[in-house]
Design a protein around this ligand. Structure first.
Ligand code: IPM
Ligand code: MG
Length: 360
């Protein structure tokens, strides 16, 4: 039976980068006889324009029915003035939560060809290979109650809630340990247990789960220290597991270690490894429509899709190798450009990966 992928290009540079990733996916499909069928729909601002809401019920149903989802990026100034409950980002949060995509994997890998593109010294980042495991469907992003109100004295106030249940912590901790087990066998759990009750539970539950993984070395770190250590000595980390908001922040930070957020893919998985795959970067409205965005994070998201949801490790590795070959050829989009390289646009970069993959 063929495998179904729903493609949601989204907003801003989303459609441009997704178009390149789809070309690569189609070549992989032929080459490795993957029997993949694609369908397309809208999410975010594009969905607001077409359906009046950032995630239409019919789109959500289609997303439930497919084997995997490939997403571009959502959001842009055009929709920034809408009231919060119907903004593009709401569509993204809703699809994550409705599909139970609680495990967000964000690898930060430095391609050796890009060591000069990092803002840190090459010796600090060369060989960097970190995996951030971010809890994605709980914590302060979804906690109730949350409210903005006007107090009796006329002052405006607002608050959010940061709840975690032990089962939520346990399942994401397991993902962290499972990932560490097949990598460098080191897991750093990041929290704020010196201040937050939710973090104290987090730490206690992670300790309990650790008993099932005696082969993995567990450490704990407060999030402020982790933010500092990531720029001081990032290679000390193998896998980091953390909550939704800390993971949001630390994964952006980690991405810049690799030179550009334009290189970083992500996977968001449910309990059965069904997943949604998207670049870590946003919709970059400032460069949308110019054909200059870096499509590699989305292309590498296709590789994660094939590996995690379809168990096609060989096809995934081939895409990663094709990307590496293109970097060897000196091709660079503007975000990873350095002197002496050949600057190319989105399409030329996609075409080069397609060519490299075909000729492997
Ligand atoms: C991310 C993004 C999203 C998040 C936004 C767009 C809602 O920053 O995927 O990291 O905060 O999760
Ligand atoms: Mg983010």
């Amino acid at each position: 039976m063929s495998k179904q992928i729903l493609v949601l290009p989204g907003d801003g540079i989303g459609p441009e980068i997704v178009a390149e990733a789809v070309k690569v996916l189609q070549v992989a499909n032929d080459k490795f006889k993957l029997d993949i069928e694609l369908s397309f729909d809208e999410l975010g601002g594009a969905a607001i324009d077409k359906y009046g809401v950032p995630l239409a019920d019919a789109t959500l149903e289609r997303a439930r029915g497919v084997d995997a989802i490939l997403l571009g990026a959502v959001g842009g100034p055009k929709w920034d003035k809408l009231e919060p409950s119907i903004r593009p980002e709401r569509g993204l949060l809703k699809i994550r939560s409705q599909l139970g995509l609680f495990a967000n994997l964000r690898p930060a890998i430095l391609y050796s060809q890009l060591a000069d593109a990092s803002s840190l010294k090459p010796e600090v980042v060369s060989g960097l290979d970190i995996l951030i495991v971010r809890e994605l469907t709980g914590g302060i992003y979804f906690g109730q109650p949350r409210e903005s109100k006007v107090l009796e004295n006329g002052e405006r106030m607002a608050y959010d809630t940061l709840p975690y249940s032990e089962s939520e912590v346990r399942r994401i901790a397991r993902v962290g340990f499972d990932m560490a087990r097949v990598r460098g066998k080191k897991l750093c759990s990041v929290d704020k247990a010196n201040v937050l009750a939710s973090s104290q539970l987090w730490r206690a539950v992670v300790e309990e789960v650790a008993k099932d993984y005696p082969d993995v070395e567990l450490s704990h770190m407060y999030v402020d220290n982790a933010a500092m250590q990531l720029v001081r000595a990032p290679k000390q980390f193998d896998v980091m597991v953390t909550d939704n908001m800390f993971g949001d922040i630390l994964s952006d930070e980690a991405s810049m270690l690799t030179g550009s957020i334009g290189m970083l893919p992500s996977a968001s998985l449910d309990a059965n490894n069904k997943g949604m795959y998207e670049p870590c970067h946003g919709s970059a409205p400032d460069i949308a429509g110019q054909g200059v965005a870096n499509p590699l994070a989305t292309i590498l998201s296709v590789s994660m899709l094939l590996r995690y949801s379809f168990n096609q490790g060989a096809a995934a590795a081939a895409i990663e190798l094709a990307v590496s070959k293109v970097l060897d050829q000196g091709l660079r989009t503007g975000d990873i450009y350095s002197a002496g390289m050949t600057k190319v646009g989105t399409q030329a970069m996609g075409d080069a990966v397609v060519e490299a993959l075909r000729s492997l």
